[in-house]
Write a protein that binds this ligand. Structure first.
Ligand SMILES: [Ca+2]
Ligand SMILES: [Ca+2]
Ligand SMILES: [Ca+2]
Length: 115
């Protein structure tokens, strides 16, 4: 199991050090993302969090993540997985595609919410 971007982003947001899967995210990390505190992570909340995490990682605000920007959060293998066209940058489109894939795979019962 590879750590998805969703985990890297949660690590960034909440300072979690050890989560490997969404299921291993601790309550505190989920709380930081769960804007309305209903105990579920909706796609809207997820998208807001995803957007925030991208802005935070994009140090030079050029709309793409270079290796240097992503390095604190992703290892090289993860970076290459997300960088689908192998141009050594993670574009916003590549990032969103990966985040959406992570959300879908974490949403095991397909109800559009993570719990
Ligand atoms: Ca919620
Ligand atoms: Ca950048
Ligand atoms: Ca790319």
């Amino acid at each position: 199991m590879t750590r998805g971007l969703i985990i890297a982003a949660a690590v960034l947001l909440a300072g979690a050090a050890s989560a490997e899967t969404v299921g291993e995210l601790h309550e505190n990390e989920l709380k930081a993302i769960d804007a309305n505190n209903d105990g579920f992570l909706s796609k809207d909340e997820f998208d807001a969090f995803s957007d925030y995490a991208f802005q935070e990682m994009d140090d030079d605000k050029n709309g793409t993540l270079g290796l240097d920007e992503a390095k604190p959060f992703l290892d090289i293998k993860q970076f290459q997985d997300v960088d689908r066209n192998n141009d050594s940058f993670i574009s916003r489109a590549e990032y969103d595609a990966q985040m959406n894939a992570d959300f879908s795979s974490a949403d095991k019962d397909g109800n559009g919410q993570l719990d």
